[in-house]
Design a protein around this ligand. Structure first.
Ligand code: ZN
Length: 213
C-alpha cells in the first residue's frame, strides 16, 4: 500500500534511502548505493514492494467541496477574511495526511461561515492565524472556506500585541507575555508548534523548489 508520510516534500538531491532497503522508483536516482529525489515532490515509501518513489507536486491538486484544508489568514475585515490554502487534509485509515498545494490557493471566509456570531470577522480571525476549515465553494478561486463545525477554527496563532505564540487554555487563547485573552474562533485541535512547523516546512521547501527550476 502507498504510504505518504505527513508532509514529506522532498527536493531534488534529497536523500531518500539505501538501495539495500528500497528499490529506486520513479522520480528518484541512485548514486553510490544511495537513493535521492530527482524531482520536487511528495515521497512515497511503498513498503509492500520495498520501493521508494517521488510523486511530482507540480501536477495540480485542486481542493474540492467538503475537503478539509489548512490555510493562513492573509487579511481580515468586517464581513470577510481572505486566506491562502496551503494543504488539503486526507484521511487514510487512521492517519491524517497533509497534501501540500503548490502554489497555494486563494480562499474566502464569509462572516456567515465563521461558525460563531460576531460583529466583525476581524475580531475572531487575525492576519497570520492558521486555520482548519472545509471547502464549501470550489468552482473557481477564491474558494469558499467555512469554519462551521466543532473541529474547525484557528489551530495556531500569535498574540496580536506582542507576537508571542498563544496558549490554548479552557477553550480560550491566552498570551503568556501580556497575560491577556486573545479571542478567536478556536479549533479544539489547536497546536501552535505542530501547525506552525507544517507551514514553515512548506514555505522553506516551496522556496527551494522554485530556486532549482
Ligand atoms: Zn502578547
Amino acid at each position: 500500500m502507498e504510504r505518504i508520510e505527513n508532509l514529506k516534500i522532498v527536493v531534488p538531491g534529497e536523500f531518500l534511502g539505501d538501495v539495500r532497503e528500497y528499490i529506486a522508483g520513479e522520480g528518484t536516482y541512485v548514486s553510490n548505493g544511495r537513493i535521492y529525489a530527482r524531482i520536487l515532490g511528495v515521497v512515497i515509501y511503498d513498503t509492500s514492494k520495498k520501493m521508494v518513489c517521488v510523486k511530482p507536486i507540480k501536477s495540480p491538486i485542486l481542493p474540492k467541496k467538503n475537503d478539509i484544508v489548512l490555510a493562513e489568514v492573509i487579511s481580515s475585515g468586517d464581513s470577510i477574511a481572505q486566506v491562502k490554502i496551503y494543504f488539503v487534509i486526507k484521511r487514510r485509515d487512521k492517519d491524517l495526511r497533509f497534501i501540500p498545494l503548490i502554489p497555494p490557493f486563494s480562499g474566502l471566509i464569509h462572516i456567515s461561515q465563521l461558525g460563531t456570531r460576531t460583529e466583525s470577522v476581524s475580531t475572531l480571525l487575525k492576519v497570520g492565524d492558521k486555520i482548519l476549515g472545509h471547502v464549501t465553494i470550489d468552482a473557481y478561486p477564491p474558494f469558499g472556506v467555512s469554519l462551521v463545525g466543532k473541529s474547525f477554527g484557528v489551530v495556531a496563532a500569535r498574540c496580536s500585541i506582542c507576537g508571542t505564540p498563544l496558549i490554548y487554555r479552557e477553550n480560550d487563547l491566552f498570551c503568556p507575555s501580556c497575560k491577556k485573552r486573545n479571542p478567536r474562533k478556536i479549533s479544539p485541535l489547536y497546536n501552535f508548534e505542530k501547525f506552525e512547523e507544517l507551514f514553515r516546512k512548506y514555505k522553506e521547501k516551496a522556496l527551494i523548489g522554485m530556486e532549482v527550476e
